[in-house]
Design a protein around this ligand. Sequence first.
Ligand code: 13P
Ligand code: SF4
Length: 336
Amino acid sequence: MKSEIIDIAKNKLNDTGYLDIDLDPTIDLFAEIEKLKKEKNAIILAHYYQEPDIQDVADYIGDSLGLAQKAEKTDASMIVFAGVHFMAETAKILNPQKKVVIPDLKAGCSLSDSCPPALFKKFKEEHPDHKVVSYINCSAGIKALSDVICTSSNAKIVVESFPKEQPIIFAPDKNLGAYINKVTGRNMVLWNGTCMVHEIFSLEKITKLKVRHPDAKLIAHPECEDAVLRIADFIGSTTGLLKFTQSDSSQEYIVATETGILHQMMKASPYKTFIPAPPDNSCACNDCPHMKRNTLEKIYLCMEYETPEILMDEALRIAAKKPIDRMLELSARAGL
Ligand code: 13P
Ligand code: SF4
């Protein structure tokens, strides 16, 4: 009977993206997940944008670079990726022998979706003398068309690994690309993609907030628009922002990135105040709807039934691995 229910649930994955199975509401999910970790030699890797309960049950919480590095090194048999699809896919590219499961296959990314491989291939053909640096927030198809991958914490060193005269295409995030152009003095050609969360912050509302909190520092992720980055006191990846709030002496911060990071900021500095930067309307748009598709229930179910699993074409995996390896090599050399 149980296996029948699972088969029916698995067949519905295309519609739902996750195992839609009713759970007994009295079960202690934290304890059950810990049990499954031991039974299956599984590790839970979570991005900072996950909800607090998921961060608390994770074995490792990190930014995109930290998660890729951890995925490369783990000796667990099963990787449970509490993040979005391109992150779990990167873990699979690095670990073809391991089972990589994701709580919800439909946890995508607007930035990754903004860059379809067929269109990008044409764009690349229009710039035959350019090398391609792609932000990790892209599909395996884009990675396979790239010379090297970067994240927000290593983009500067990755771009600077090319001689100054080398023409470069940067994809898919135009805001990060423009920021890296500014700090490196390069003139990379930018793919026109953005993150739906980071482009939503309102300069006007942030300015008003700064007036009301004159001692608060504005800290921003480089996926934000230039107008926000220009007035930021510090710009960094999620790990960079977290570390800054730990070492800096201010007591108050306006945080221009996804709200999930506030959980670790408050845990690390309980006596400091963290204010999420306001979006340009009254929606909760600074919560990433893709990241927030994951829940503790879905984590439990994907571990118990080892579904949905990330599966990939081997030729594509090999082609996508090369530029990721290059990024990991450059990062290790830079001590990141
Ligand atoms: P980092 O975790 O590398 O800072 O990237 C942020 C992000 O938008 C992930 O989707
Ligand atoms: Fe993609 Fe933006 Fe969500 Fe990150 S926060 S997963 S870049 S949509």
